[in-house]
Design a protein around this ligand. Sequence first.
Ligand code: SF4
Length: 411
Amino acid sequence: MDAVEKLRTVSAHMGLEPAEDYQPPAGSAHRGASLDQRAPAELRRLANESAPYTTPALCDDKQRALGVSYAAMPGGKRIALLKTLLTSACERNCFYCPFRAGRDFRRVTFKPEEMARAFLQLQQSRVAEGLFLSSGIMHGGARIQDKLIAVAEVLRFKLGFKGYIHLKIMPGAERAQVERAMQLADRVSINLEAPNTHRLAALAPLKEFTEELVQPLRWVEEIRRTQPARFGWNGRWPSSTTQFVVGAAGETDLELLSTTEALHKQTRLARAYFSAFHPLPDTPLEHQPAENPWREFRLYQSSFLLRDYGFGVEELPFTPAGNLPLDVDPKVAWAQRNLSEAPVEINRADRQTLLRVPGIGPKGVEAVLSARRQHTLRDLRDLKALGVIVRRAAPYILLDGRQPARQLSLF
Ligand code: SF4
C-alpha cells in the first residue's frame, strides 16, 4: 500500500481530537473557543450570537480524505493541518477509542522516513501546510515516541521543513524524549482523557493517570522553566495542550475544570480541549449515549474564564451535582448572581472587574481602558464601537452613573 493510501486508511477511522480546530476571530468574547462541527445547527447559531464565531473554511474532499482540516495555530493563523497516526495498531484498550486492541479493521503503519516524505509531498503540492502527528502504541510508549521524534528529525534536518509540527507525547514516554520532542515541535500534547485516576480507570484501564499522563506535562513546564528557549525549535519552547473525553466516565464538570485550572497554574497549559463522547461500534462503550454537545461548549466557555478572565473554579455556577447549567453562559450566570444588584461603572472599574462583565473580552477591556482616558463613556454606541457586545453587557453596567438599559432597544 502506498503512503497516500495509508493516510486515507488512517483517516477513515479517525475522530482525532479537536486540537487547533478553528477559533473565533480576535476580539470576540470567547476567543479560543471551538465548537465541534458535529454540534447541532441551533447550538452553532446560539454560539454565533453569544460570540462571533467564524465558520471554518472547508477543506476539499481530497484533503478531508487524507485527514487534512483547517486549524487555528497558537498565534491565530489558520492552516491546512494533516492530522494522522504513525500507526493505527495499538496494544492498549481504551474503551472509547477506534484504534483499541482487538477491534477488527485494517491497521496501517508508517516507517518514520515514509511518513516524513509523505507529508512533505502533501506540503509541496499544497494539500497540507502543517503536521499533527499521534500514534497507537506498540511495544510501549517509549518505543513509539522514538519513532515520532524520528519523523520530526527527518522533516526538520533532512527535508528542511520549517513549518508547523504538533507532536503527541505518548503515555510511557521518558523525560529525555519529551525534551527532544520539544526541540523539534511547535506544540506538544498529552491527552489526560479523564480528570483523575478514578475516572480514567473507567475509560482507559491500562493508562496511569499521574505517572504516564500528568508527569510529562510537568516535565514540559520544568524544561521550559529551567532551560533557555534557544534550545527549542525556532528559539521558542513549544506550547502544551491536553484533551478530555467528556461524558463517558461519569465525571462532573467540577472535576474536569478543577483539573484544568490546576494544569493552567502548575504547568502553564496553553489550552484544554474537551471532546464530547460519541459511542463507536465494537467498543465497550458502544451502547452508552452520546454526550450533549452543549456540555462541551459550556466547558470551553468556562475554561476560558479560568484561563483568560481571572475566574477561580469555585466561582463557576455549578449545580449541586457539580455540573454547569447547559442553558446559560457561565459568565452570564455569574453576572446574574453578582452584578445584577451591583452594576459595574465602566468609566472607573479596574481591568479585572471589567473582565467580569458579559460581552467584554480581554481586547474589549483594553479598548475601554484606552478610550476612557480620552473621554467619559456615556452611551452604548461608544461601547459598541469598542467591540463590546452591548446587548450582553447592558444589564450589568453603569455609564457615567446611569444604567443604559433603556438604550438597548437601539441594538
Ligand atoms: S493508547 Fe491511544 S490509540 Fe491506543 S487505544 Fe488508547 S487512545 Fe487509542
